[in-house]
Every structure is written in C-alpha cells, then in structure tokens.
Write a protein that binds this ligand. Structure first.
Ligand SMILES: [Zn+2]
Ligand SMILES: [Zn+2]
Length: 330
C-alpha cells in the first residue's frame, strides 16, 4: 500500500480525534477504526523470503504472519483471516508462469499436494486455511506455513483479513471491514540459462556443430535444455573434446526446465527424472553407442570437470540405458 496515502489518512483521523498510530517499522500496517468507540486497530502483515524448490521431502516453506493491533493503545485484537492458494499466475500457458510444465491437470500447488498449515485451522480444504489472529492457544500473530511444491511456477495466493465486530478498516481496505492482498510466489531456481541451438534431428555423425539437441516429450515440456552457466560451459567443452576424439556430435537430451524443480518428463508430477532439478546435469542420447563404457566420452568429461574421486566418473547409466552426466557438484 502507498504509505503517503496512509499517513494522510491517519493525519486526518488523528486531527479528528479518533486514532493514534501504532506502527511497526518494516511491516505493512493498516489501521482499523471504530467511530463508535474512538478506538483503532492496525493490521500487520509479514512475508518471508522464498526458498528454492528442492528434493523430495525437502521442499522449502514460507511462513506468513498475521496480526491485528489497536492503534489506540497497541492491544492485540482478534481479527479473522484466510489464506487460499488460487492457482498459477495467469496466463497459465506462459512458460514464465508455469515453469515449463504444459500439462495443468492436478498440478501440486503445495508440497505433495498437502495442505497449508495453521495451528488452529478448522478448514478441511487443503489449499485454504482460516483462523483468527489471536487463535487457540492465544497468539499475538497467527502463523501460516505454506510448503512450496517441488514443481516450479508462479503460484498465486489470496490473503484476507476481517475486522472484529464493531471495528472498521481505515486504510488500504478491500471492503469497509476487510483487507485483501494477492501475493505471487515465484517458485524456482534462479539464474538458469538455455543451452543455445534449436531442437533438431541431425545425424550426429555428419552434424556440423559439436553437439545437437534431441529431446522427446516437447508437447508437455517444450523447454528442457536449461542449466547453470557453469554446467553449460562444461557441456560445450565436453562436446568439443568428444567431437575431436570421435568425429561425431554429442546428442544432448534433457537437462533442466527453465526454472528447475521437478522434471517429470512423463507429465505425471512424479520424479521421473531422479535429479535434473538444479541445472547441474544432463542426459546424452545413445545413438547406437553403448551406454557404458564409453571411453571417449568419459575421457572428455574427465578432462573438463574433475572426477568426484580417483577411479570415479561423472558419467552414469540411468534406467532405460540413458547416459547421464553430473556436470556440476550438487
Ligand atoms: Zn511436468
Ligand atoms: Zn539423467
């Protein structure tokens, strides 16, 4: 909300003899006024920094705190609140909003399709909680935990706070007795970059470049070639050395989605790829070559990125015989 308008409003009310400002620096504060009783309340909203989506059972959480206070004497007041996850930011078909998953049905909007958590929550709906700011047992702030999904994307939530009986909202109000805010969580890994070049079906044996990009499942995950700058540099250098040794381009399959997170290439919302979440690994198409051992590929990898330890390699065989390279330590 605009602080100037709040201050102007308060000044007007103070002059009118109704309110004294109770304000916590760094928090959003609104003021509720009761013309009948000449009392006032402030609503305080706190939002914490998002965590990145992570591995199963380790997804980040966000905490939200709601509080209502008398602007007259600072006494905590019992306001009602609700917090609801309403879905993806629109337009949901925009990859910047959906994280690269173009299959919306049953998308988990909180971890494991769980529910928001609030100590005194009585609402069985898994994507909505409601309660009162003083709660049971009495709390000064009602704290709501939102567990972030493993799937990246911009998730919208709506927070609503309603005044206790006899009090009215005096600034930044949604209605005379309520306050409302839509807040977007941008869930995802920051700073991933797309591996240059179009998807194609060139023959690796005759392709002009050091690598080609060949991926399936592009109807549900059109962009799956993202990685950290470090990982992309490593992959390009590996492809260059491999081309020199073998005389053929490296055929690169899935890396990570534009904002990382769960990469369910079968569009199941389940971890079809075990990793591929942080832009640090990539799969290599076999093109008739054996998965392991692939001496030329292994030597190219070892020359570009240090093996994790002597005798070990960053090249692995995945289920289905895919070659998989850990390009950057996790
Ligand atoms: Zn997906
Ligand atoms: Zn893989």
């Amino acid at each position: 909300m605009n602080r100037n308008s709040l201050n102007r409003y308060l000044t007007y009310k103070v002059r009118s003899g109704f309110a004294v400002l109770f304000f916590l620096t760094g928090c959003l504060a609104l003021v509720f006024l009761s013309p009948q009783t000449a009392l006032a309340a402030g609503f305080i909203f706190r939002l914490e920094i998002p965590h990145e989506p992570s591995f199963p059972n380790n997804a980040g959480t966000k905490l939200r705190s709601f509080g209502c206070f008398s602007a007259y004497d600072g006494t905590p007041l019992n306001c009602g609140f609700s917090l609801t996850v309403t879905g993806l930011k629109s337009p949901a078909n925009d990859i910047a909003n959906n994280g690269g998953h173009v299959h919306d049905a049953n998308r988990p909007l909180v971890l494991n399709r769980g529910k928001l958590e609030y100590l005194a929550d009585q609402d069985p709906a898994r994507l909505s909680v409601r309660g009162t700011t003083l709660g049971t047992p009495p709390l000064i702030y009602a704290e709501v935990t939102h567990k972030l999904p493993e799937v990246s994307g911009k998730i919208e939530t709506v927070a609503t706070v309603t005044t206790p009986y006899g009090w009215v909202c005096a600034g930044g109000c949604f209605t005379r007795t309520s306050w409302r805010k839509i807040i977007t969580y941008d869930v995802g890994i920051r700073g991933l970059v797309k591996l240059p070049g179009p998807l194609n079906t060139e023959n690796p044996a005759t392709a002009a470049g050091d690598y080609i990009k060949v991926r399936g499942g592009t109807d549900t995950h059109p962009e799956g070639s993202f990685g950290t700058p470090f990982a992309l540099d490593a992959l390009k250098n590996i492809a260059k050395k491999y081309k020199k040794a073998r005389g053929r381009a490296l055929s690169i399959n899935d890396m990570s989605l534009p904002k990382g997170g769960l990469f369910d290439y079968r569009a199941t919302w389940k971890p079809d790829h075990n990793t591929h979440r942080r832009g640090k690994d990539g799969d290599i198409n076999q093109d008739g070559l054996r998965c392991l051992p692939d001496k030329d590929l292994r030597e190219a990898i070892d020359a570009v990125i240090k093996p994790p330890s002597k005798g070990k390699t960053r090249l692995h065989c995945e289920s289905g015989g895919r070659k998989h390279i850990d390009l950057e330590p996790f």
